[in-house]
Write a protein that binds this ligand. Sequence first.
Ligand code: SF4
Length: 206
Amino acid sequence: MEKSRPFVYSTKINNTEYLPIYIISEYLYCQRSAWLHLFKEEPRDIPTLEYQKSIDEHRATDKKTTRFRKANIKETTSTELFHNELFLIGKADIIRWENDLPVPVETKPGKARDFPNLKMQAILQALCLEKMTGKPVKKCELFFRDDKQKIIFEINDNLKNYAINLVKEFREKLKIGISAFKKASDNRCKLCIFKFNCHPEEYFYE
Ligand code: SF4
C-alpha cells in the first residue's frame, strides 16, 4: 500500500497540493459553492436543517471500525483516502471488501436521489482506492439513510477519465480565481449556506 503524503492547505493552491474529494463533487453541483467551501468562506446564513442533519449523520461513520458481514465480506468505516498523482485526499464512510476487492459505500442523508455529484464522490474514492491498494474497483454504492435505499453503479474507464478530467479542469480554474467558478441561480441557491455571500443584492437590498 502507498504511503500517505501530508496535506498542505493554502489559499494559493498549486498543482501538487492536495484537494479534498468532496470539493470536486461539490464542483459538479455548484462551481461557486466548491470555491467557497475550499477557501473557507464564512457562511453568513444560518445553516439549513438539511446541512446540519448531514453533519450530524456523518458522525455516525466517523469512527474507525471493522466488521464482518459474511466470511467473504468485511466492512471498514472512516478510512482515509489519498491519491498521490491526482493529489486528492478524502475519507470513505464505508469500504466494503467483497472477496478481497474494495467497494466504496458513500452514505447520504435524505431519500434516494440519482445525482451526478453524489456519484462523483464515490468514483473519486474508487480512484484513490485503486491507487492505494493496487486492486480494481468495479462498482460503487450510494446508501440513503432516510429510505434505506441503495444506488449501485459500475465503474468503467469512461467514468474514471471523466473524474480525472474534472479534477484537471478544477485545477485550471483555480489559476484564474473565483470568477472562473460559475454561480448557480436556481433552486440550488434557496437552501445553500452561502446564499448571502453569493447573492447579497437579493438579501440586503430588499
Ligand atoms: S448560493 Fe447558489 S451560486 Fe452561491 S454557492 Fe450556493 S448554490 Fe452556488
